[in-house]
Design a protein around this ligand. Sequence first.
Ligand code: ADP
Ligand code: MG
Length: 693
Amino acid sequence: MFLDDDIAYLKGVGPSKAKVLAAELGIHTAGDLLEYFPFRHIDRSVVSTVATLTEDNNYVVLRGTVSNMQTVSIGPHRERLTVDFTDSTGSLQLVWFQGTKWVRNKLKPDVTYLIMGHPTRYNMQWQMTHPELEADTAADSSRQLYLPVYNTTEKMKQHGLGTRALARLTETLCGCIAGIDETLPNELLQRYHLLGRREALIAMHCPESMQQLDAARARLKFEELFFLQLDYQYAHSERQQHSAGRVFGTVGDLFNRFYNRLPFPLTGAQKRVVREIREDLRSGRQMNRLLQGDVGSGKTLVALLCMLLALDNGSQACLMAPTEILATQHYNTFLRMLDGLGIQVELLIGSVKSADKKRIKQRIADGTTQIVVGTHALIEDDVCFRDLGLAVIDEQHRFGVEQRARLWRKATPPPHVLVMTATPIPRTLAMTVYGDLDCSVIDELPPGRHPVRTYHRTEPRRPLVFNFLKQQIDAGRQVYFVYPLIHESEKLDLKDLEDGLEMVQNYFPRPQYQTSMVHGQLTAEEKAYEMQRFKEGRTHIMVATTVIEVGVDVPNATVMVIENAERFGLAQLHQLRGRVGRGGEQSYCILMTKDKLSSTERERIGTLVSTTDGFLIAEADLRLRGPGDMQGLQQSGALDLKLASIVDDEPLVAATRNDVRDLLAADPTLSRYPLLQQHLQQSKNKMLWGKIS
Ligand code: ADP
Ligand code: MG
């Protein structure tokens, strides 16, 4: 049988079971089944005895005979079947609640059985509920010593495709499968002492020893990570070689005038990153760079400097933000910072009146506009640049690869792209996930910032918290209250928020204290109006949902109260906290939670209280939630891995990354590696490839 053969033709499958396999597990071919790996194996090489069972025996195999079958009715159409099982050292009771009729018919008193399962002690008597069971005949030489255990679904079980049945199928398959080709070059197999692909795939199901199973897993993990790296790094190096980028060689008047009048020196990290970007911009290749840095680390300023470089070299630049609030804020910041330099800046967002939009688009097209700030509106088809040289994307995780690609198409050669994110991703992970981007990190805050002090409080201390807020407000500061989105329905969320508003206004009565409220159901204008009032200090308190999560900048706000903080993820809490501590004053973050926290909730809150280092927080987040929930990871292939984990197998991730890098450095077209070329050809057809490059 060959890998591409229809699974229906495997002995024991047939058309109806094949249908179930396809529907439930997406298994269509022999190869699909071969790559449906068991999640563990039962070691049948060791047969235990009843006398030596202990409380912590997880899963055991026993050999013996059955007697004394008894059925007790336990309700309408339900019965309990008990059977005594005896080996040379003692006896144990087997119990069934389901399938009792079948078991009763199957069990014979004169047969020796192997039973497998989890023994429990009940009233001094050992029991095993729903054991796996099979006749132990000497003739059965094909018996798998290490029995694979597969995930199955209810529907599969109904169609005779439980884990035991699957084990029989994979055993048959392993005996007849042909045409499994090696995919890794010999030199890697040798260097890492890896099993061949055929041996590894078969050993995953029918290992001859636990060592062989480990070796099989190691081989297949290596393969997965190696090819993940190869896909990314090859795409990256292809682009480096082939995608010409415009050359911004000049540091001109605009850059210099702006730079020289900055009221503060750049931090060391900012200088380093600007240098890295300048190298890219004059290299003749298109830049695709990720700029990571905590909130407030000065990314926007770096981006602006780079945009001025583009302008100095006769190109236009744009900045794309995920929300209208943010775009508007960036726009205002730019207007302020660029004042007097004679630069044409425009704002293009969905809520701009259509007559104005038309005018703005016209000015973008004829090149009058030099810098455009906007939202998704920027990538609409009818937005044409005269000559877009640099596109900056703020808050990467809200934009998909596809949207990035639409920006690239706005100019030929494509514009340089700088992606900024304040969501730190652990360094090692970033290199995998953003394998197609170069990374720069601003790992230093501007001087004179006081780290935000973070406290955890519960309901009984709310009055004290409110007293503290009163002191802060009376001293001229401002305060945020943030509520999580909890409900499926926006109406209910809004209700929470309005209840919160009422509580706040009870403590802080008008007219002495003024309160703003912002949430997702307001129009952009309403939001902007409320934000503006808060920004100008006309309101003291901002009650909001997480719409204020990213980028909102009110330096005079010194306290952030996060309600139901246990409901937020770590990354999000960190983002929210970044809204305070932006001015010269000491700032505070108060995490209000319910009284009793689960252990992960406690760890999350504890992490946030104990550190402000975004990378440490990202690592804790990864540990607590696994990679599946990490922002930014969803679009990467890193989550499609079957065996390897980019978190737990980090050493292997690093090794394969280096191997691929070395291979590509020595042989950029992989001319000596036909197997790898073949792989790339296949994944080119499959992957986001076309979109990436
Ligand atoms: P980010 O975009 O990383 O959140 P911003 O660029 O918005 O950070 O900078 C946050 C604040 O810090 C802004 O008010 C900015 O003017 C200021 N800032 C940026 N760089 C410096 C620096 N080197 N020294 C002092 N202040 C800085
Ligand atoms: Mg920012």
